[in-house]
Design a protein around this ligand. Structure first.
Ligand SMILES: Cc1cc2nc3c(=O)[nH]c(=O)nc-3n(C[C@H](O)[C@H](O)[C@H](O)COP(=O)(O)OP(=O)(O)OC[C@H]3O[C@@H](n4cnc5c(N)ncnc54)[C@H](O)[C@@H]3O)c2cc1C
Length: 481
């Protein structure tokens, strides 16, 4: 397999390190401003935090407690914007907030909080409601009735986090002076005043290359401190309080709810229970994390914690470990603030400029990705003596993925090779997990593949696929069973 490093130019105006949603958003903004960019990610695009979120475009109902009104206002406006710009990647959703006799927010406070939430959306949100216990039990069958007082209803959005990031990157690549490479690691750089010399390595082929760039942007999310502390020329002091969050996908057969529910845990946290077509997403946990942060999986304790809370709120349903279809973890890139409490640490982003043409961005939320990096884009575009237009990114994404979000399409071998050809697939997991959207074998629906099981569909393709991507029979047989 040839390294994509072979086909890149020697020099770019901007090099972006990190292909999560923040790097993707910056790439698109700069590409729309006619700037030549190279984006690199050590792994696949959106394979880390940006593919491991709770999959909500939201203002953040719980940030009301922290009085983060500006963040909520901005996030709600972004959520409502993306519902218009990319209706194929996200949809508006009704959320239920059950209130019990020991809930932190009694009904009158919930009414006030949800009214404030609607206000902060500029009344673009579908308006909230307060419902009786009887109505709540009807809408969320099986939810614990003991102590239930009623509930609140509000509206946020559900997104396909992985596919938004991919489509944002592919949209940027409509500017032919831009390139995006996965499995290309940033090693180190030298700042030479007007230019930076950056050393890159293809983690699949081992090939290395140096590239010259005027501006260098680090959009590394939770990996910021790890990488930048290793750069001797930066004298980097850690800025993050990384926090691990895990989710379970539960078989919908054992939890057949129609609407998302927001549950308060005994340790004063929130767990979202969000039904999809065949599975229910349950999360999240909140644990400090150090050491290796790539490709983390939930611990047994985290699984137990989520299942126990679920059982507590849905005593009528029998839910246990066998009903977990798959699970995943991500690391919140929280920037240190005044509070040591991870739940209260602000979700706003921070930007640093260790050299005049080296920019670091970390923190923030997925929902606000479009606006997070605008400060950096503005500096770079205006340095080129061009006007910066913050509204350019308020436009639809032009390069839809072959397998759309939320809509099952027939999977054929022809489609598989078309995806491999067009969507920067380098490994089997890129293909199945992120381009098709199958999280584990237990999520596979034979009816979309002419009735064939996962193994029966993919095993006969391995030889031909291995001419183009990294795949073995074991990859198929061991794919997240
Ligand atoms: C459990 C959880 C739930 C969340 N839920 C939500 C939610 O519902 N809604 C919401 O708005 N936000 C949510 N968030 C927050 C949101 O997911 C993150 O803020 C966002 O995804 C961070 O994106 P990023 O691009 O900064 O980081 P990442 O997506 O992690 O991207 C950083 C990239 O840098 C790459 N990288 C690292 N080292 C190198 C190197 N040496 N060379 C090249 N590349 C490198 C990594 O491979 C990675 O792809 C959640 C976060 C977590 C953890």
């Amino acid at each position: 397999m040839d390294s994509p490093l072979k086909n890149i130019k020697r020099s770019y105006e901007v090099l972006i390190v990190g292909g999560g949603i923040v790097g993707a958003g910056l790439l698109r903004d700069l590409a729309l401003h006619d700037t030549s960019c190279l984006l690199v990610d050590k792994k696949d695009f959106s394979s880390q935090t940006s593919g491991k979120s709770s999959k909500m475009l939201h203002g953040g109902i719980r940030y009301l407690e922290n009085f983060d009104f500006k963040l909520i206002w901005e996030a709600l406006h972004e959520k409502n914007l993306w519902l218009k710009l990319a209706p194929h990647l996200c949809y508006s959703q009704t959320f239920f907030l059950p209130i019990y006799d020991n809930s932190k927010w009694p009904l009158f406070m919930t009414r006030f909080a949800l009214a404030l939430y609607d206000f902060l959306s500029g009344y673009e949100n579908i308006g909230h409601e307060i419902v009786s216990k009887r109505k709540l039990l009807q809408r969320i069958p099986g939810i614990k009735a003991k102590g239930l007082k009623g509930g609140g209803i509000y509206h946020d959005a559900i997104m396909d986090d992985t596919k938004i990031t991919l489509e944002v990157i592919f949209d940027a690549l409509n500017n032919k002076s831009c390139q995006a490479l996965n499995y290309v690691e940033f090693l180190n750089f030298k700042n030479q005043g007007e230019y930076n010399i950056v050393n890159l390595k293809d983690t699949i082929t081992g090939e290395e290359k140096s590239v010259r760039t005027k501006e260098l942007i680090f959009a590394l999310g939770p990996f910021t401190d790890q990488l930048l502390a290793r750069q001797k020329n930066l004298n980097w002091r850690p800025i993050l309080l990384p926090s691990k969050g895990s989710h379970l996908w539960i078989d919908k057969k054992c939890l057949p709810i129609k609407y998302p529910v927001v549950l308060n845990t005994n340790d004063d946290r929130i767990i979202f229970v969000i039904p999809g077509p065949n599975a229910v997403l349950v999360g999240t946990t909140e644990d400090p994390v150090e050491q290796n942060m790539f490709d983390l999986r939930p611990s047994e304790d985290e699984k137990k914690y989520l299942l126990e809370n679920l059982k507590n709120y849905f005593p009528g349903h029998s839910i246990n470990e066998e009903n977990i279809l798959s699970s995943f973890s991500g690391i919140r890139p929280l920037v240190k603030g005044d509070s040591d409490d991870l739940g209260k640490t602000a979700r706003t982003e921070k930007i640093y400029q260790p050299y005049h043409n080296v920019h670091v961005i970390a923190g923030g939320k997925y929902t606000t990705f479009r606006v997070m990096g605008q400060g950096i884009s503005r500096i770079i575009v205006e340095r080129k003596n061009m006007p910066y237009n913050h509204k350019l990114t308020e436009s639809s994404l032009r390069s839809p993925l072959l397998v759309p979000a939320f809509k099952p399409v027939p999977i054929t071998s022809k489609l598989i090779f078309k995806i491999v050809e067009n969507e920067k697939v380098r490994t089997f997991e890129d293909l199945v997990y992120r381009r098709i959207g199958v999280e584990s074998k237990k999520h596979w629906r034979p009816q979309i593949a002419g009735g064939k099981s996962f193994d029966d569909f993919f095993l006969p393709l391995v030889d031909k696929l291995s001419e183009k991507i990294i795949v073995t029979r074991e990859d198929v047989l061991n794919y997240f069973a």
